[in-house]
Design a protein around this ligand. Structure first.
Ligand SMILES: O=P(O)(O)OC[C@H]1O[C@H](OP(=O)(O)OP(=O)(O)O)[C@H](O)[C@@H]1O
Ligand SMILES: O=C(O)c1cc(=O)[nH]c(=O)[nH]1
Length: 204
């Protein structure tokens, strides 16, 4: 089984994905959603988190330009960025959603120098707003952001449009469509549920 399919299935097995058709979740963007994917749970499963790092490392191996440094998006991107940086023996930083209100007032923690090639690691992309903000904070420090990688994307048009508008490349290990297919295969979603969820996603 391809790593993408293995990880899609494992997200379901560890119950990272919850569907509540009657009591919607609120996303960080304010969007109300019948589905929530809690990739933070992957931290608690060494075999799953190792596969995530392997999948990111495979994507890096296919990149023409290699990163000098790995940047994690606070907070859920940080552990995976750390494990990836460790595997590749690369330096790491993390990026806060906003500058710290005390201490040194940093938004980026760790050392970053102008011209360094950075790969941004995020756990999940909904609208893309959080990871794009992290990438822009790095660019403001003179970093060359090669790409944003995440475990999962909902595949929202808004995310594709926002990344394109900022000329930032992004890629993910798995996505909403693969997740929905796996749920249908497992008999956990009817084809009607599937159509409703895809329609909801496409309407955002
Ligand atoms: O693509 P977006 O619309 O920005 O949404 C995705 C972001 O939302 C979640 O973070 P959250 O704000 O819940 O914070 P956390 O990472 O600290 O848990 C997730 O971890 C992403 O960072
Ligand atoms: O957009 C979000 O805030 C969001 C969606 C989701 O499914 N999981 C998550 O951790 N955040």
């Amino acid at each position: 089984m391809a790593l993408k399919d293995e990880l899609t299935r494992e997200l379901l097995e560890i119950k990272a994905v919850q569907i509540n058709a009657n009591d919607y979740f609120t996303w960080t963007s304010g969007i109300k959603s019948p589905i929530y994917c809690d990739n933070r749970l992957t931290m608690s499963y060494p075999a799953v988190r190792k596969k995530i790092v392997t999948a990111f490392a495979e994507k890096i191996a296919a990149m023409e330009e290699k990163p000098d440094i790995i940047a994690g998006c606070a907070t859920a991107g940080i552990p995976h960025a750390a494990w990836l940086a460790e595997k590749l023996d690369l330096p790491m930083v993390y990026v806060r959603s906003k500058p710290k209100g005390h201490g040194k007032g940093n938004q980026i923690e760790g050392k970053i120098s102008r011209g360094q090639k950075v790969l941004v690691i995020e756990d999940l992309i909904s609208t893309g707003g959080s990871s794009i903000e992290s990438a822009k904070a790095l660019q403001a420090e003179g970093a060359d952001v090669l790409a944003v990688f995440a475990i999962f994307t909902y595949g929202l048009k808004k995310a594709t449009d926002q990344f394109a508008a900022e000329a930032i490349t992004f890629d993910t290990i798995t996505n909403f469509d693969a997740l929905i297919e796996a749920l249908v295969e497992d008999g956990k979603l009817t084809t009607t549920n599937k159509s409703e969820l895809l329609e909801w996603r496409n309407s955002l």
